[in-house]
Write a protein that binds this ligand. Structure first.
Ligand code: DP6
Length: 333
């Protein structure tokens, strides 16, 4: 018999005695994967095929306030100040996540989320959104959960949300258990104050295929995907080493190769998946030219056309000159 999300939530919450409060607000940052999560061994629980490693973007993220309204009949969901339609997939996802906790404390909720990242900015607000929601739910129900328990619960909302529970560098351990109780993220102790992440928003068009559907299609149809777990395992070891010895060239090169390898598996899927736009290719080619000219700048991309650049503080002026519209984030600011 396969486990449901509620079964797993019940295991995480087993020893908790709730002490609800009226309202609780929490923040979680967005994160950029340097070694990507791509492919699941269990789609219901968001259990990944490979470990992944990310860097959180400090103050860019989601702030979520949850109010407990036991007198009210239905949940209310508000996103960036606007009430969300009850028929929308966003509303249903938020309610389904709240339901994971609701066996402990019944009653309706009002969930208000504000994203400090503009929609379409090429930063996954679902990661920060589910991490903030998980923290806020734990807070409003007065549940003394630690970060690893929060990471497990956030992961069931969206896989990459497991990493947004923390600041800084974060590794999501894929785990081997069927119930996913060992599939959780932990922070790395290292910091890198000079690291910069530049976000290039090339288009804010809504993508046709989300990452959830895209990764499933890749797993199901791309023979090339067979090579991905080995690629990810090699890359994550290199990235952890690069962080430990502060080798920016190794960090940047490995991250870029990892992203391009992930996109290669998408392209090898059927129907083919290509998130890139002509502008994305132009940015990649410019990055490669800048490197040939001696500037240490690397690119990474997720399931969308926008490009994120990795560089160090000393290169910031040159990167800004080459990409005047770049939004530069200091992850360890
Ligand atoms: C390409 O976490 O959005 O950004 O678990 O189905 O919600 P679900 O997928 P999601 O996938 C993110 C994929 C990625 C790579 C990454 O962030 O590691």
């Amino acid at each position: 018999m396969s486990l449901t999300r509620s079964d797993v939530a019940a295991r995480v919450l087993a020893d908790c005695v709730p002490e609800p409060v009226d309202a609780f607000e929490a923040f979680a940052p967005v994160n950029i994967a340097l070694c990507k999560y791509w492919g699941k061994r269990n789609a219901l629980l968001n259990l990944p095929v490979n470990d992944s490693l990310s860097v959180s973007l400090a103050k860019k993220g989601s702030t979520t306030k949850v109010c407990w309204l036991p007198e009210q009949a239905e949940d209310e969901v508000i996103l960036n100040g606007d009430a969300v339609d009850r028929d929308s997939s966003f509303y249903k996802k938020v309610v389904a996540h709240a339901d994971l906790f609701r066996s402990l404390v019944p009653g309706a909720l009002r969930v208000e989320t504000v994203n400090s990242v503009a929609t379409g900015a090429g930063l996954a607000s679902s990661a920060s959104g589910f991490a903030a929601l998980t923290r806020a739910l734990a807070g409003v129900y007065g549940l003394p959960l630690n970060d690893e328990q929060l990471s497990i619960l956030a992961r069931m909302g969206s896989g990459s949300a497991s990493r947004s529970v923390y600041e800084g560098f974060v590794r999501w351990h894929k785990g081997v258990r069927a119930d996913g109780m060992d599939s959780l993220a932990r922070p790395l102790s290292e910091i890198w104050p000079d690291l910069r992440v530049g976000v290039l928003t090339l288009t804010s068009e809504v993508k046709k295929t989300g990452s959830r559907e895209g990764m499933q299609r890749t797993v199901d149809s791309a023979i090339l995907y067979g090579a991905w777990p080995e690629q990810a395992e090699r890359d994550i070891a290199r990235i952890e080493h690069a962080i430990a010895v502060r080798d920016f060239t190794l960090l940047g090169a490995t991250s870029e190769q990892n992203a391009l390898a992930m996109h290669a598996t998408m392209l090898a899927s059927w129907p083919p998946l290509l998130y890139w736009q002509p502008e994305s290719v132009a940015v990649l080619q410019k990055v490669w030219q800048l490197r040939a000219d001696g500037l240490q700048v690397y690119a990474t991309m997720d399931a969308g056309p926008n490009v994120k650049l990795l560089f160090e503080a000393g290169s910031e002026a040159d990167v800004r000159l080459a990409f005047p519209d770049i939004d530069v984030v200091v992850p360890f600011g």
